[in-house]
Write a protein of this length. Structure first.
Length: 58
């Protein structure tokens, strides 16, 4: 019926991956504690919890 052409820009995520990320000491401590306390459950950690601590996207 019709043909779909893929138009994928390989540079589309460059602004994300080449962005300078600056973490405050508070965020670093929070992430360290999160890993220490929840290492067995980290794959299930809620994005809202991260956002509430200034780590996730806002």
């Amino acid at each position: 019926m019709f043909e779909i052409e893929k138009k994928l820009n390989p540079l589309i995520f460059n602004s994300w991956f080449n962005n300078d990320i600056h973490l405050t000491e508070d965020i670093v401590r929070y992430l360290q504690q999160l890993i220490e306390q929840n290492s067995g459950l980290i794959e299930n950690y809620n994005e809202e919890d991260l956002e509430g601590n200034g780590v996730g996207p806002s």
